[in-house]
Design a protein around this ligand. Structure first.
Ligand SMILES: Cc1ncc(COP(=O)(O)O)c(C=O)c1O
Length: 485
């Protein structure tokens, strides 16, 4: 039989890589001018790819033309400076290079010997992240795909640690309802995790927030007491270190005390805001976070690492492994030979795992913690600057100030004296108008029951002049709407 492979010749391979690199460089050089959102319908995009399964190789030139035209050409340019939506960073160049090398090395960071360097640098970056944010009790952790998986991983450990029986063996059958406490501002992925964990969303106690969207501690304690009286089993409080809507930080120190008092697991969702705890001037706002039993944080958000990169961190040396470790015969190792090895397959749900650590490691090494902090600080200043522009314009109103790097505001021309329904309609049209413009990417949300524009800046490529540009587009679209009314 003839030897066969999918590999091309060395020369063809080089051409392939050069073509990819050239495409990246060209796209990068246009990031500033690219339209962020291409505003095409799903049908239009689907039509670009409506092809049958290719039985034979496509012509290389035709293939690359399609990549350039249909894939890059239809991308949403969150990598550029004009992206202000959700909680999405633009990535960074060193991280991108790290991702390329990871893809080439194809390390499986499940068992130590399948990725020795990958496993060791995963341990290192987890420690660095904990150090960056001052999570001094850190013991073990895991890199995962993002905040949703990080919260799920942490809450799985919380549930198993706080159950009265071994859930891995007996399951939830016969358990008293396990109750979890979070605010109405917590990220919806926590609700989803609770459902996945088989607890049922009815076991979520939604603690109301104060005027600044922070957990009401009096309500938390009363609710826990009430549940205990009813024979329910409170097991976990989830504090937010930067909510997705407004960046609010719960009173983490007080939550830690309540958790101690009632023997509850203290989990912090720091997926977005966590890295801001690395800034000396903000540390006091995060006080108490260091007490958390577990913590979720996304390097792919405010550490600017290309997606996907989330992480779960734990304070207890054994809890994570006790929850996830299961080693079938064919994966066993002789630990008496080497007691120091870490097999990450024992610390989470996945067996085969890509090595996410390299892009995080490259990010820390190439820029250094200090430069990352400076960029985080700059993001906050840019957001505060935008807030000042909004405040200076009497047709607009700030709904939530820039606690971290999110500001929510709405169009509210005082002279027009619009009623609440008219204001809702006006701001919904403003959001649609900005989407149709496509020059900047801004989305809306609901705060205090009011439709608002929500701007989140975790983008080291956005500069002050881009914020001015954003504001001129918002003002221009708003002006158009006001002339219509
Ligand atoms: C506070 C918070 N938690 C969790 C998540 C979910 O993270 P991911 O989208 O990476 O799953 C987000 C996403 O924006 C978030 O802001």
């Amino acid at each position: 039989m003839n030897d066969i492979t999918l590999d091309q010749s060395a020369q063809e391979f080089e051409q392939l890589l050069n073509r990819a690199v050239k495409l990246i460089i060209n796209t990068y050089s246009n990031l500033e001018d690219n339209k962020v959102f291409q505003k095409k319908s799903p049908q239009e995009i689907a039509a670009c790819f409506d092809q049958t399964l290719p039985e034979l190789p496509e012509n290389t030139n035709a293939l690359w033309e399609q990549v350039e035209r249909d894939i890059v050409g239809n991308a949403t340019f969150s990598a550029g400076p004009h992206f202000y939506s959700y909680v999405l960073s633009p990535g960074n160049q060193a991280g991108l290079a790290g991702e390329m090398i990871s893809s080439f090395l194809n390390q499986n960071a499940s068992k130590w010997h399948l990725g020795p360097a990958a496993s060791e640098i995963e341990k290192v970056v987890l420690r660095w992240i904990a150090q960056f944010i001052g999570y001094e009790h850190y013991q073990t952790g895991l890199l995962v795909s993002g905040g949703s998986m990080a919260n799920l991983t942490c809450l799985t450990v919380a549930r198993n640690q706080k159950a009265s029986v071994s859930l891995n063996h007996q399951g939830l059958y016969g358990q008293d309802p396990m109750m979890i406490y979070l605010t109405d501002q917590a990220h919806y992925c926590v609700d989803k995790a609770v459902g996945i964990l088989g607890l049922g969303r009815n076991q979520i106690r939604r603690i109301v927030t104060d005027g600044d969207y922070r957990m009401r501690m009096d309500v938390l304690e009363e609710t826990i007491k009430g549940d205990l009286k009813q024979g329910l089993r409170p097991f976990c409080v989830v504090g937010s270190a930067g909510t997705v809507n407004s960046g609010a930080i719960d009173p983490l120190k007080e939550i830690a005390l309540i958790c101690q008092k009632y023997d509850l697991w203290f989990h912090v969702d720091a997926a977005y805001g966590g890295p801001a705890a690395g800034l000396e001037e903000l540390q006091h706002q995060f006080e108490g976070m260091e007490q958390a039993d577990s913590l979720a944080l996304d390097p792919h958000k405010w550490l600017y690492v290309p997606i996907e990169a989330g992480c779960s961190l734990f304070k207890h040396p054994q809890a994570q492994r006790n929850t996830f470790s299961m080693v079938p015969e064919y994966l066993k190792v002789d630990r008496s030979v080497d007691t120091s090895r870490t097999d990450f397959m024992e610390y989470g749900a996945q067996l085969t795992r890509s090595s996410r650590s390299l892009k995080v490691w490259m990010t820390f090494k190439a820029y250094g913690a200090q430069r990352l902090r400076e960029n985080i600080r700059h993001d906050i200043h840019k957001t505060q600057y935008l807030e000042s522009l909004v405040r200076d314009n009497p047709d607009f109103e700030v709904l939530t100030p820039a606690v971290l790097s999110i500001v929510c505001f709405r169009l509210n021309p005082r002279e027009a004296n619009l009623n609440p329904a008219e204001l809702e309609d006006l701001n919904t049209r403003l959001i649609h108008g900005l989407e149709a413009h496509g020059g900047v990417f801004v989305t809306g949300t609901l705060v205090h029951g009011k439709t608002a524009l929500r701007v989140c800046i975790i983008n080291h490529r956005t500069q002050m002049r881009h914020v001015d540009h954003l504001w001129s587009i918002v003002s221009q679209v708003a002006q158009g709407l006001l002339l219509e009314t």
